[in-house]
Design a protein around this ligand. Structure first.
Ligand code: DGL
Length: 267
């Protein structure tokens, strides 16, 4: 695999762009291919088996594009499919999302940590194993947020409805004494300002995207496949969606201010 090959990044929709952004900041020379599986969104309300099927399909697409590493920029797909994808493609490097329970458990002073994620993420073995390994001495409050992914996809980052939904999930956790909140869904960093407004100054919010970008860098270094193209300062990013290109483009613009060509892949 050549070091100039792209890094593949996928999610059920636009959420993984929060991870893509962190990778671009840390590794500006890397070419990237992003795939949003919008035709099957939301993953978080599907069965683990269905999510595994979608993830295999997207992985095949990224492998056809000759990606040197595949980043599963979706907690739900990582929970449902990471293990399975590594078994099917033992020669491919996958970097997945792991709920940031470890840093949260290390940093909490109140001993109570909140986690927000999709319903499916809480059902996967990955979540249980991370809690068992890293959160023995802290209390972890799990809060699924059904419908929040769709609000973010609709660009409703600070609408009254989004605020009402978030308040209904976060206020009870504040009452139970959380001082740290883990964002265990890659869509949620896009409502960070609203989350911070509700939580106030006293609760720390952990977005794992920078840590995942560092992990991508580590594996590229280890395998000696960092892009070393001297002539290239800023690399190419290609966006694909299994949904409607115009809708993806609009959400991308609302969330990031970026205007890019979006290609739709419809089977
Ligand atoms: N961004 C995905 C995650 O990290 C959202 C899953 C969904 O589509 O529900 O979990």
């Amino acid at each position: 695999m050549s070091s100039n090959n792209p890094i593949g990044v996928f999610d059920s929709g636009i959420g993984g762009v929060s991870v893509l952004r962190a990778i671009r900041e840390l590794l500006p020379k890397e070419n990237l291919i992003y795939f949003g599986d919008n035709a099957n969104l939301p993953y978080g309300e599907k069965t683990l088996d269905e999510i595994r099927g979608f993830s295999e399909h997207v992985t095949d697409f990224l492998l056809e594009k000759k990606c040197k590493v595949i980043v599963i920029a979706c907690n739900t797909a990582s929970a449902a499919a990471l293990k399975n994808l590594r078994e099917i493609h033992p020669q491919i490097i996958f970097v997945g999302m792991e709920p940031a329970i470890k840093p949260a458990a290390e940093q909490t002073k109140s001993g109570v940590v909140g986690v927000i994620a999709t319903t499916a993420t809480f059902q996967g073995e990955l979540f249980a194993s991370v809690v068992e390994r890293f959160a023995q001495n802290v209390k972890v409050l799990n809060q699924p947020c059904p419908g929040l992914v769709q609000q973010i996809e609709a660009g409703e980052l600070d609408s009254p409805k989004t605020e009402m939904m978030l308040r209904s999930w976060l206020e009870p956790m504040i009452e139970k004494g959380i001082d740290t909140l883990v964002l265990a869904c890659t869509h949620y960093p896009f409502v960070m300002p609203l989350i911070k407004k509700i939580l106030g100054e006293k609760v720390r919010v952990i977005d794992p995207a920078p840590a995942v970008a560092k992990q991508v860098k580590r594996v590229l270094e280890e395998k000696k496949i960092l892009n070393n193209n001297e002539r290239q300062d800023s690399a190419a990013v290609e966006y694909y969606t299994s949904g409607v290109a115009a809708a993806f483009a609009k959400t991308l613009f609302v969330l990031t201010g970026e205007t890019s060509e979006i290609r739709s892949i419809k089977d």
